[in-house]
Design a protein around this ligand. Structure first.
Ligand SMILES: Nc1nc(O)c(N)c(N[C@@H]2O[C@H](COP(=O)(O)O)[C@@H](O)[C@H]2O)n1
Length: 230
């Protein structure tokens, strides 16, 4: 699962160099000296390239460092994220956190168009064909919008895989900007993990095995981090 606020504990002293992307010869954007046993946090991005860190043992006089993947990080450092306080949500009926579902009835306007749910916006963005888009937008329920988004005879936009996370981010930004009540609820979750407990979806949720990517939970936690404190 991709977690934006995963915390790790080092098993040895480390200098951590964070890079923006994985281009060869890139300059680190941040460096941190970590004593053995210290905890650190990584803001994991949805771009897999940005999930890589350069980790350098602090006592390494040769100045050698190695690139570390999230998998390696899991081997060298102890994950300390607290799952015991995680919030699992899925259906919009759940109290009180069902409102985090894209199917919850919290509509919003965006660029002059009204969307009855985040799901209506997200599914309609799959299409460039305006007739198709409007059919999805006019769907009676979020479930109908989702079904239409998956079954239209017209092909979805070719770059959908590349843009869908940003489309979902826009949906969530507009939804939570429009409704103060659910914005306050999101803020009130503090640093708790938010997990879309979908048994079917390994991308937006954690899927049947619990090992899915949880991108919806991740986007919600990223949005939460941008909300001003009150
Ligand atoms: N509450 C709820 N019910 C469902 O039936 C769902 N599928 C979801 N999850 C949302 O469904 C969307 C799937 O998107 P794709 O078309 O597969 O990319 C996405 O918005 C999930 O959060 N939730």
């Amino acid at each position: 699962m991709i977690l934006p606020y995963t915390t790790y504990k080092t098993s040895k002293a480390l200098t951590v160099k964070a890079y923006n992307g994985a281009a060869p010869g890139a300059v680190p954007v941040a460096t941190a000296e970590l004593a053995a046993g210290s905890s650190f946090r990584i803001a994991l991005d949805n771009d897999p390239g940005a999930e890589q860190l350069q980790i350098l043992p602090a006592n390494d006089t040769h100045g050698l460092y190695y690139r570390i993947s999230r998998q390696q990080l899991g081997q060298d450092c102890v994950l300390t994220t607290d799952f015991s306080t995680a919030i699992y949500f899925y259906t919009p009926q759940e109290q009180p956190f069902g409102v985090f579902s894209n199917f919850s009835p919290h509509g919003f306007s965006h660029l002059g168009q009204y969307f009855a749910t985040a799901e209506h916006y997200y599914q309609s963005e799959k299409f460039t064909d305006n007739t198709c888009k409007q059919q999805v937008i006019r769907a009676a329920t979020a479930k109908d919008a989702a079904d239409l988004g998956k079954t239209q005879s017209i092909a979805i936009r070719p770059d959908w895989r590349l843009v869908k996370i940003e489309v979902m981010r826009t949906a969530l930004e507009r939804k939570f900007a429009t409704h103060a009540g659910i914005r306050d609820l999101l803020r009130s979750t503090g640093e708790r993990l938010l997990i879309e407990n979908s048994p079917f979806d390994n991308f937006w949720g954690i899927g049947r095995t619990g090992a899915g990517k949880n991108h919806l939970g991740t986007l919600l936690m990223q949005l939460r981090a941008t909300l001003p404190h009150q």
